[in-house]
Design a binder for this molecule. Structure first.
Ligand SMILES: NC(=O)c1ccc[n+]([C@@H]2O[C@H](COP(=O)([O-])OP(=O)(O)OC[C@H]3O[C@@H](n4cnc5c(N)ncnc54)[C@H](OP(=O)(O)O)[C@@H]3O)[C@@H](O)[C@H]2O)c1
Length: 367
């Protein structure tokens, strides 16, 4: 891995005085790292700016294995992916890779699943993930969702209209008990950190309200803020206030669905003006960035670069190794200020959120 001297990245916004230093190296190569500002026992954990996503991988063992051969060192997994099949397959790929490399060279993320909210269930969830991943610790453990879990997968629209969606919340996950339950999950995560089962802890799909939470979590937390907030983020759905909030608080933002994601229906994509990959500012930036020395970046590379230039870490997923390789080639070109502004103009507000489309809480409008 490259040398990790501490210096601010070129042109990056300076964090506020109370925010911990967020960065080690600017995103300049596949091995460059952002410094996770976790307080507590594991301060200064370096995380690659670019990792490999595993959601909906058809053959996770092969895909993760070849991604690691291509040079990826960060892998983003989750308890729930692939109907719980992705973690074990990822574990097999990691085990094979670790025959030839040191554990410290890898950065493995996994995510707690929301049906395990609460102290003991959360730790049991992590133990299962570790067993499946064949690891003694993960580098980052995320709370996948602020909640709630559902008591059934089949939620009827007429019943939800009549009784509200909380009608389907699992026992103990009712609206009023959720913040306290989430705080118990976080307490388990803090203990996992202290026990060395995770080198850093963070959250995912948290909005500002969840991060600020005047209620239980922030008040009771021993370690706060979370090192990372992993959220849907791309030019259609930029979450600018969240970007500012996280930068000010010293929380590293990690984007998922940087390439447009995998969950959007055709109708949703049409309502946004077409696929992100075909949006004119993306195509323009792709064609304008060729030079004598470099092939023009592809639209996908432009999208990844857009996030990296905002100092947002990325975890694109690709089944095909040639696509996975293409997604690593985002360090040899720079988008101009004008191109960044044009990409910014694609913002569609909350309509741009396309992931979790069958989840009635996807807009996160709960405490
Ligand atoms: N925390 C959360 O709630 C959450 C939610 C969603 C995702 N995530 C994480 O974030 C990762 C990334 O998000 P995502 O997988 O939803 O979407 P994404 O990375 O935005 O997009 C993946 C899609 O882009 C395609 N693609 C990738 N590279 C390509 C290339 N070079 N050329 C053409 N197409 C390409 C993939 O196709 P193929 O695979 O067919 O090659 C796949 O359909 C996930 O894998 C997961 O690890 C987290």
């Amino acid at each position: 891995m490259a040398d990790r001297d501490e210096r601010p990245p070129d042109g990056a916004a300076r964090p506020s005085s109370r925010a911990p230093a967020l960065r080690v190296e600017p995103p300049s190569s596949l091995s460059s790292c952002v410094l996770l500002p976790q307080q507590g026992v594991h301060a200064r954990v370096p995380m690659p700016w670019l990792g490999f996503g595993t959601y909906k991988l058809a053959h996770a063992r092969e895909a993760v294995g070849s991604a690691l051969q291509l040079g990826y060192r960060a892998v983003d997994s989750a308890f729930i992916y692939g109907g719980e099949k992705t973690e074990p397959q990822t574990g097999a790929a990691l085990e094979a890779a670790l025959e030839a490399m040191a554990r410290e060279e890898l950065f493995v993320t996994t995510k707690h699943w929301r049906k395990f909210h609460g102290y003991e269930p959360s730790l049991a969830c992590l133990r299962t993930s570790l067993r499946r991943l064949r690891l003694e610790y993960v580098d980052l453990w995320l709370m996948h969702w602020p909640g709630p879990a559902w008591k059934t997968m089949s939620r009827r629209k007429d019943e939800m209209a009549a009784n509200g969606v909380w009608h389907y919340a699992a026992a103990g996950h009712e609206r009023e008990s959720l913040p306290a339950l989430r705080a118990e999950t976080w307490r388990a995560m803090e203990d996992a950190l202290a026990q060395g089962l995770a080198r850093s802890i963070g959250v995912s799909n948290f909005n500002i309200q969840h991060l600020q939470e005047s209620g239980t979590l922030k008040k009771t937390a021993r370690i706060w803020p979370p090192a990372v907030n992993q959220v849907e983020l791309n030019p259609y759905y930029q979450q600018r206030e969240l970007q500012e909030y996280c930068a000010a608080e010293g929380i590293v933002l990690q984007a998922y669905a940087s390439l447009g994601g995998q969950d959007a229906s055709r109708a949703t994509v049409q309502s946004l003006g077409g696929p992100l990959l075909e949006a004119p500012p993306v195509l323009d930036a792709a064609s304008a960035n060729s030079s004598l020395n470099f092939r023009a970046p592809s639209p996908l590379q432009v999208l990844l670069r857009w996030a990296l230039q905002k100092r947002i870490t990325v975890i694109p997923k690709a089944n095909d190794p040639s696509r996975a390789l293409e997604n690593t080639r985002v360090f040899h070109f720079e988008l101009s200020e004008r191109q960044m502004n044009e990409l910014d103009s694609l913002e569609r507000g909350s309509a741009g959120r396309t992931c979790w489309r069958n989840d009635p809480m996807r807009m996160l409008d709960f405490d």
